[in-house]
Design a protein around this ligand. Structure first.
Ligand code: BGC
Length: 717
């Protein structure tokens, strides 16, 4: 700890210390200045470089100790240039892309005086009913860990004091994605094993990547709200992992301990939160500086000093004691060409082709129809952007600008939510007159994100009806699905020629969608989260655990079996197995599903070592998987080779398969390449009262999707 911090701490009054432990939402400028004069340590962004400097000047010049402010903001997927939502970024299976997008966001944000973002979201999300799945990296703990670390590196760089770096926050610690029923803010009953194997790894990856702060979750874990969870906040995060940054509360999360029913009143809530290990309260109500709740004697002085040190150390790392101000002439307020190019490429890279009979890319259509609410809607930014994020245009305008030679009919057909079908007839008439119909449908941004859980995951309003009506004309129908979460697509997916998920793609989404339609870019993402067949089968992660009665076929009440009667004679031998009677097996589209416009063949996988020592350093490569991949198409394309692990016999039940490695390669038409993926020992480890690699047999499943993998055996001894 620096001499400066020791010195400051030795001179601070109780009130000055408490002031450092609070971040308030954006107050009006006069109130903000008054709070800062009273010692407030952190605020949400004012929001401009000038306004930030003005407030910083109050802190530096008009307070006794001149401690600069931390300036926080939810910079989630872009500040001015809006990138695709994190779920889309995850679909790109490209950590370097995630890093680059976070770096762009950090550069823009810091230029305006933001020094602290509340991102990345490290919550493993296995329940698409939960609206916040849009903010995270999907259902897989290993992929989420990799991308969380990449995003932290992108925000923070090597030096937090650099003009292109901001402090990152891994949130929401922990279990927020596991809320019962997918309902936001709901509690989760999680075993130590579920925490260790699924929910904690992305946070540990963030800590290893040097994340500056971690945010406590709104949720309760096994009966203890996270803002009061001493075991997880202090014993695991701070002591076991050695996290020396700031634990920040979520918005009013401390005050929420009262309605949670574990604190008598605000004073009790504050006492519990600080005893549990919280460092900074967000919102400002409990710690309104001179409140009785935090009078001397209410909180442990050593704990308060520890929290203050963490805050001051963050300010020091950001270089704020030397450089509290930003140069207002260098504030970035609009995207430049390079940032637009980056987010446009990202939007295509994260788009996932669900299926395609060859109708995509559109083959030189002279006359086409754009229909559905997203033909003309400009709502592409996603659920969490600030009002100053650069807006997107519409697909119809973009296509008209780019291809004035085309005869483009536009009929919205239906809007997002309303029950009226007034426009469907017009859309159907238009569909009969064109060579191809593009139906642009989806979930508007407001239906995902915080406090946006849904119980029905079909397209809202009458959009499904529009798709079916257009497809029924016989005109080849291509669906572009704009969404913040996996949706249930069973009602229409088999009736259309092609479907591509483009998520909420950000400022350049319309340009990227047109790139995909015309074949100027390929949708080369893979699903980071499974698309369920029905809400009733949620959660349906691909990495579910083995059962004693795995099913090999679907239920007897499904379309595939109904011709053999209710009891399904063909299915009798599989009756007592783990499945739903009324659904085929598995999700509609599994994690890892997707293909671009090219087509690839794979040779047989090989491993550099088929036997390796069970004990040794975690990060040591124990075997390398190689596979020859050939692009069979007449166009260049990207393949994502995925490696899944099956632990054949273990001391505790294991996922049927789980992702342990992948590689994305671009291959020219006809090109072959050997793709090699090194596997460190730690990916073979399981949690059973500690991480360890158990000796015995493993299978590696290698391929372009879970459905097409080839197995190869390895053994730990
Ligand atoms: C969200 C956090 C966010 C905070 C500050 C809360 O409601 O849960 O993710 O960082 O608000 O805006």
């Amino acid at each position: 700890m620096s001499a400066r911090i020791d010195d400051l701490l030795s001179r601070m009054t109780w009130a000055e210390k408490i002031g450092q432990l609070s971040i308030v939402f954006r107050p009006d400028p006069d109130d903000a200045a008054a709070l800062v004069r009273k010692g407030l340590g952190s605020t949400f962004w004012p929001p401009s470089a000038d306004a930030t400097n003005a407030l910083q000047r109050v802190a530096v010049e008009q307070t006794r100790l001149g401690i600069p402010l931390l300036v926080g903001l939810d910079v989630i997927h872009g500040q001015r240039t809006i990138a695709p939502i994190p779920l889309s970024q995850a679909a790109a299976f490209d950590p370097e892309l995630v890093r680059a997008l976070a770096h762009l966001a950090a550069t823009e944000a810091r230029s305006g005086g933001v020094t602290w973002t509340f991102s990345p979201m490290a919550d493993v999300s296995r329940d698409p009913r939960w609206g916040r799945v849009s903010e995270g990296f999907g259902e897989d703990p290993w992929l989420t860990s990799l991308l969380v670390a990449a995003m932290v590196r992108g925000y923070q760089g090597d030096d937090l004091s650099a003009p292109d770096a901001i402090a990152a926050t891994a949130k929401h610690f922990v279990g927020y994605g596991a809320g019962e029923g997918g309902r936001d803010y709901n509690g989760a009953d999680l075993s130590e094993r579920a925490l260790r194997a699924v929910h904690l790894p992305p946070f540990e990856a963030a800590v290893r990547a040097g994340v500056a702060s971690v945010m406590a979750a709104f949720t309760s874990v096994s009966g203890i709200p996270m803002h009061a969870h001493r075991h997880l906040l202090t014993e695991v995060l701070k002591q076991e992992w050695g996290f020396d940054g700031v634990i920040v509360g979520d918005a009013e999360g401390v005050a929420n301990l009262v309605p949670h029913g574990v604190a008598e009143d605000l004073a009790d809530a504050v006492r519990q939160a600080y005893a549990a290990g919280l460092d900074v309260e967000m919102g400002g109500s409990p710690l309104s500086l001179d409140a009785a709740e935090i009078a001397p004697g209410r909180l442990d002085p050593a704990r308060v000093d520890d929290a203050v040190r963490r805050v001051l150390a963050t300010k020091e790392a950001l270089g704020l004691f030397e450089n509290p101000y930003v140069d207002p002439t260098a504030e970035i307020t609009t995207p430049d060409a390079a940032s637009r190019t980056l987010v446009r490429a990202a939007a295509a890279r994260g788009s996932v082709l669900l299926h395609n009979d060859g109708s995509l890319p559109l083959a030189a259509p002279r006359r086409l129809l754009l229909t559905g609410p997203y033909a003309t809607s400009t709502d592409h930014l996603g659920a969490w952007v600030q009002y100053f994020g650069a807006r997107a245009g519409s697909v119809a305008d973009e296509l008209r600008d780019r291809r004035p030679d085309l005869d483009i009919l536009v009929e919205e057909g239906v809007d997002f939510l309303s029950p009226t079908d007034a426009g469907i007839a017009a859309a159907v008439r238009a569909a009969r007159e064109v060579a191809v119909a593009v139906v642009l449908v989806g979930e508007p941004s407001a239906l995902s994100g915080e406090a946006a859980s849904r119980s029905d995951l079909r397209l809202p309003g009458r959009q499904e009806e529009l798709i079916r009506a257009v497809a029924a004309t016989g005109t080849p129908t291509v669906v572009v699905l704009v969404t913040g979460r996996p949706l249930v697509v069973a009602g229409w997916i088999d009736e259309v020629a092609a479907a591509v998920v483009v998520w909420h793609g950000g400022t350049e989404a319309p340009a990227a969608i047109v790139d995909l339609l015309l074949g100027d870019a390929e949708p080369s993402g893979r699903l980071p989260m499974s698309f369920p067949r029905s809400v009733g089968q949620i959660p349906i992660p691909y990495a579910h655990e083995n059962t004693g009665r795995p099913a090999s076929t679907g239920g007897t009440l499904t379309a595939e079996h109904h011709d053999v009667g209710l009891h399904g004679p063909g299915n009798v031998q599989d009756k007592y197995s783990s499945k739903y009677l009324d659904l085929p097996l598995g999700p509609q589209f599994s994690f890892g599903h997707g293909s671009g416009y090219a087509r690839f063949s794979h040779g047989a996988p090989e491993v550099s070592a088929s036997v390796f020592p069970a004990e040794g350093p975690d990060d040591e490569t124990v075997t390398t998987v190689s596979i020859e991949v050939t692009n069979l198409a007449d166009r260049r394309g990207d393949e994502v080779v995925q490696v899944y692990l099956r632990d054949v016999v273990a001391s505790v039940t294991q996922p049927v398969r789980r992702l342990v490695g992948f590689a994305r390669r671009t291959l020219d038409a006809g090109e072959s390449a050997t793709v090699s993926i090194a596997l460190p020992r730690e990916v073979f480890a399981l949690w059973a009262e500690g991480w360890r690699v158990e000796s015995g047999a493993f299978e590696l499943h290698v391929g372009s999707t879970l459905a097409t993998t080839q197995a190869i055996a390895v053994e730990a001894r």
